[in-house]
Design a protein around this ligand. Structure first.
Ligand code: AKB
Length: 316
């Protein structure tokens, strides 16, 4: 019987993953945890949890007795450059505490890595599964170290660790402090104001994925037969390659008057320029059957529908 605990449940991925896990495994089997209380109290079991506190992590996990932990608590790339020490403490310290509890208590761990685990010396087009990883951000450093730590806990202690390298995630749930956040902000600005100024230049190409695919990637990887996994931490996964300009064009096919400007922010532009332009996700496709469902057109239509619905709720 699957029992789940999610850390960072109030974040961009967590707030969408928790309902999907509750749908799959039953509401009372999925404990959502975060340092922030839930915005919708009563939606299901919730506990406050600071992952940097090893005692609290071990205690909460021993109480809930999960079979799987989705460990999402982390600072993203742009915030990580503003607060590198906190990013190290939360992203690596938190992961270490969860892995130690997994070693003692025997649950499986999903940890998201990111395209940020690559750096300027990585091949940028068709970035292979196994390649140079010398990132230039603190977020990226914690993601590479996290991948290695998860592999170590698997080979040394037999912990069932698995992960994916997420590209930018596009969702109607708000992101918090990432370099790919423009791809979410642009939809809200298009619906609410009819215009948006991108903090990345028009032709900055990055891998992206729509949230329903991101959730399926995590859940399908954790359900996959572990004996078929040659790679574990972490699999390249992607769904589409976008620039701010191509995303603006896709939105304009639904909202012809939408205006898009560009005012690159030096810090986030430098981060984006150090990341891949397109990932090769053939290892995920071969080892556990990964297939994205949403392309640019499908994602854009569905995002606009969801963002309009949210905007209506806000103004009614
Ligand atoms: C970020 O922009 O920091 C994240 C990521 C690509 O990991 N969305």
């Amino acid at each position: 019987m699957t029992r789940v605990l999610v850390t960072g449940a109030a974040g961009q991925i967590g707030s969408a993953l928790v309902p999907a896990l509750r749908e799959a495994y039953g509401g009372d089997r999925v404990l959502a945890t975060d340092i922030h209380p839930p915005t919708e109290p009563g939606a299901g079991p919730f506990a406050l949890l600071d992952c940097t506190d090893p005692g609290a992590v071990a205690e909460r996990l021993a109480e809930h007795r999960p079979t799987v932990v989705y460990h999402l608590a982390a600072l993203l790339s742009a915030v990580g450059e503003r607060k590198p020490q906190t990013a190290y403490e939360v992203n690596l310290g938190g992961l270490f505490n969860v892995l130690e509890a997994a070693r003692e208590q025997g649950f499986a761990v999903f940890t998201p890595s990111s395209i940020a685990a690559f750096g300027p010396s990585t091949p940028r087009d068709g970035t292979p599964q196994d390649t140079l990883q010398r990132p230039s951000t603190m977020y990226g450093v914690t993601k590479v170290a996290g991948e290695l730590l998860c592999d170590y806990y698997h080979t040394r202690f037999g912990v069932d660790t698995r992960g994916v390298r997420y590209p930018g995630i596009i969702s109607a749930s708000p992101p918090g402090g990432g370099t790919t956040d423009y791809a979410v902000e642009i939809f809200f600005a298009a619906v609410e104001r009819g215009s948006y100024t991108s903090f990345l230049s028009a032709d900055t190409q990055l891998d992206m994925m729509y949230m329903p695919d991101a959730l399926r990637a995590a859940m399908e990887l954790m359900e996959a037969d572990g004996t078929g996994l040659a790679h574990r931490n972490a699999f390249n996964v992607t769904a589409m390659q976008l620039t701010p300009a191509t995303l603006g064009d896709a939105i304009r096919r639904h909202l012809p008057d939408f205006r898009l400007g560009f005012d690159p922010d030096p810090v986030r532009q430098a981060i984006a320029d150090s990341w891949p332009r397109s990932l090769d996700d053939s290892a995920a496709r071969e080892e556990w059957g990964w297939r994205p469902e949403y392309d640019l057109e499908g994602m854009t239509a569905d995002m606009l529908r969801r963002v309009r619905a949210r905007a209506q709720v806000r103004t009614s």
